[in-house]
Structures are given as structure tokens and as C-alpha cells.
Design a protein around this ligand. Sequence first.
Ligand SMILES: C[S@@+](CC[C@H](N)C(=O)[O-])C[C@H]1O[C@@H](n2cnc3c(N)ncnc32)[C@H](O)[C@@H]1O
Length: 481
Amino acid sequence: MASWEEQLRDELAGRDLAVASVPGKGRGLFAARSFFPGEVVISQEPYASTPNKISVGSNCDNCFASRNLRKCSVCRVAWYCGSACQREEWKLHQLECRAIAALTEDRKKMLTPTIRLMVRLVLRRKLQDDKAIPSSGTDNYNLVDALESHISEVDKNQLVLYAQMANLVQLILPSFELDLKEITHTFSKFACNAHTICDPELRPLGTGLYPVLSIINHSCVPNAVLIFEGQTAYVRALQPISKNEEVSISYIETAATTMKRQDDLKHYYFTCTCPRCVKDSEEDALLEGYRCNDQKCDGFLLPNAGNKGYTCQKCSTSRDGEELQKMASDVLLLSDKVSSLVSSGIDNSEVGSMYKTIEELERKLYHPLSITLLHTRETLLKIYMELQDWQTALMYCRLTIPVYERIYPPFHPMIGLQFYTCGKLEWLLEYTEDALMSLTRAADILRITHGTKSEFMKELLGKLEEVRAEASFRLSAGDEQ
Ligand SMILES: C[S@@+](CC[C@H](N)C(=O)[O-])C[C@H]1O[C@@H](n2cnc3c(N)ncnc32)[C@H](O)[C@@H]1O
């Protein structure tokens, strides 16, 4: 009988993919033929998964839908959107349900998403071992076993926490004789291999372990993107991927300076050496730096030798260091104030005006491509959407797009989603021509990252058709006048 490695190799070869080791990275996934932008490189169902909110009923345990949810009346932890999903999960949930129902209310409170993910992983492994459910070359426990754990590098306190979590899993599954050391290691594997399951608008819904997708290494300039439909994960090419090229995705938010990205990647125990990380570029100075005093100049500033002020690298205009520091501390003070007022529950319109003041100050202080300024504008967009002040929301949405286009690769889902938001606001405000342009841009990008078949994409393409029809009606009505 073929080993699990041979089975994996054969199944991946059938999908025009191969696993190979990459110096300094461990294993990696490679294309065995070329893939075009938007093509699905690989898709996978999770070996185990769980919604983020347990007991609250935010998503169906099986398909991650958020509508028509009903709680399992026995364990009162699992939620399903209908009997089909409940039936599909029944073999697994039957075991889980029995274990959870036997827990005291206090123990039930300890059932965090990570603990639940482990419980479900152990149960699924048992079902496959007992042949109660099928396994395959890309769906078996050996693939989980082979995942990188970085156990020798994990901090001592973290290891103690994993060991305590392993004990809790044993308490939840008393009829299993668990290898606690193995469970501890598996928690460590979760930390650098599990994926956050997101909705099409990239809002996190849950966590899943996809052991074949976990073979894909990271790049800050990836050639592929991971998008979910329900809990099915799709990796799509963002650009042409040639035969024998390594497939890469990004594990982190890439709209950040090199230092921030490297810091976020510490959690995965490696230093990224992708072209963006090794390039000695001016990008970080744009993303984090101060703006030129000349409002028409888009240069960035660097500190002068001896820390005496800053000079624009494009037009050589200087800015006073003390003045910049004073402005930066004013922004910080105001940001702290608004944060404490938000937690005390003040009115959203007051929060909006305070953020507007912060944005005005930041505009004078930071480069137009600054990440800090971008985040403030994203916050303002959210606030004015909630306030249903569409005109102001649109203004901030439009201001974010040039920054997105500068910091993300051309087919990044964030750019597509922001064009989509812009288009919907323009449509609502009856700026038909603008809405047509924004929705066309959104569709061009999201077609690549999200495919065309999901409900989300059908809705976008439907809206685009509607706007296109209205635009041509207006044009022909205008022609007749
Ligand atoms: C999800 S796994 C990827 C597959 C992994 N290489 C393996 O052999 O199973 C994540 C781990 O892979 C390694 N890794 C991923 N991307 C890397 C990169 N760009 N450079 C170096 N190591 C990387 C790190 O050890 C990281 O913790």
C-alpha cells in the first residue's frame, strides 16, 4: 500500500501541484503547470474547524452561514442553519455533543474556539481511524502530524499554557487516552498553521486547520490569495504563476512597514526575505514618514544628521523637528481621549467629529500615503457608514483608494472591496457614472480573487448590470433631448 506521502504526491500531481523542500523554509507548494490570474490553484475543506463565537450562534458549524441558525438542544453549543448541515456534521457532532453535554457549566465556559478546534480534530481523527468517515491523500491525520510546530522555539510560559490546554481537552474527552505531549505540540502547530476563516469581505468568522494549504509558504508580495466560501478555502493565482514556481500567500496584513510585517511574522518563527522585505526602499518612509511642508510636493522627509529637523527628499524643504513632535503628541493625546470616550459609550457623531479633527492634524503631519492616516480614514468611513451619512462616508472611502493602490498588489481583495464600497455609496447617492466606474473596477479585481460563482460575486455582478443599464438609459435619454 502507498505511504501517505506517496498518496499526497499522487493527489497533488492530479491537481498539477507538487510539494518540495525549499532551503530555509521547510516544505513548499509548487505549480506543476502554469496557472493564470484568477485560476483556483487549490481548494480544500478543513480537517477541523470552529466558528469564533461559541454558544452565541453567529455561524453555522458546518457551512458558516449566518442565517436561520438553531442551537443543538442537547449540548447548547453547536449551531446549524438547517437539517442538511446538521446531518452532514452528525457523525462528528454526535461524539462532540455527548462530551460537551456531560460538562459542568463552569467547564463549558472553558471551551474556547482553540480548545474546541482541538476536540474536533481528535474526534475526526478517531472517526477516520475507525473508518466511520472516509480519508484520502489530502484528508488524513498524517498531514496534521507533518505540520511544522516550532516546538523547540516556543516560549516556556506558552508551553505551560499549551500543556494546560491539553489537560483540559483530556477532561472534555475522558474516554480517550490522549497523548498529552502530542496534543501540546498540536496546539503549537495551530499557532503557525491554522487559518482564520473569513467572509467574502474579509471579516473573521472562525478558525480552520487545512493541512495541505498549510504547506504554502508566506511572501509579502504573494502570487496567490486565500479566500473562503463558507468554510471551503480557495487559493487563487493573483498573477500568472509559471510551471515550477513556488505558490505563496500572505500570512499577515501587508499594508504595513517592513518592521511591522517582520514583527507580525515573529509568531511564525521566521524572518521574511521576500523581495519587498530585502529591498532597501523608500516605501517605509512613505508609509510611516512625515509630509513635506509644501502641500503640493509628494516627497517624504528624513531626519537631518544630528536630529535637527527633517528634510524633504524631493524638494529639500525643511521642517522643524520640535513642531513635528508637538503635532504628533497632539494627535496622540486626542486619539487617547477619543478611545476613552468611545469605551464610555459616547454618541457616534461626537466620535466622528473628534476623528475628523485627528484626520485634519494627521493630514498636516504625515505623508499622504501614511498608514496612520489611512487607518484614521478607514475608521471615519466606518463611523459615517453607521451614521448613514453616505456623502461623508464616500469622501473618506475615496481618500483610502489611492493608498490601497500604492501599498497592495494590483489584484488585492482589499482594493476590490474598497472599490465595491465606493461604488455602492455612489449608487446610493445617484452618481451613476462614478458608480459604474467603481463597480467595474471592483468586479475586475474581485473576479480574480473571489472567482465568479459565489453569492457575494453574483450580487456584485448583478449590481454592476443594474448600474450599467441605468447609465446607458441616462445616456440615451440625454441623446434624445
Ligand atoms: C504554514 S507553514 C508553511 C509550510 C512549512 N514550510 C512546512 O514545511 O510545513 C508556516 C511555516 O513555514 C515556514 N515559512 C513560511 N514562509 C516562510 C518564508 N517566507 N521564509 C521562511 N520560512 C517560511 C515557517 O517555519 C513557518 O512557521
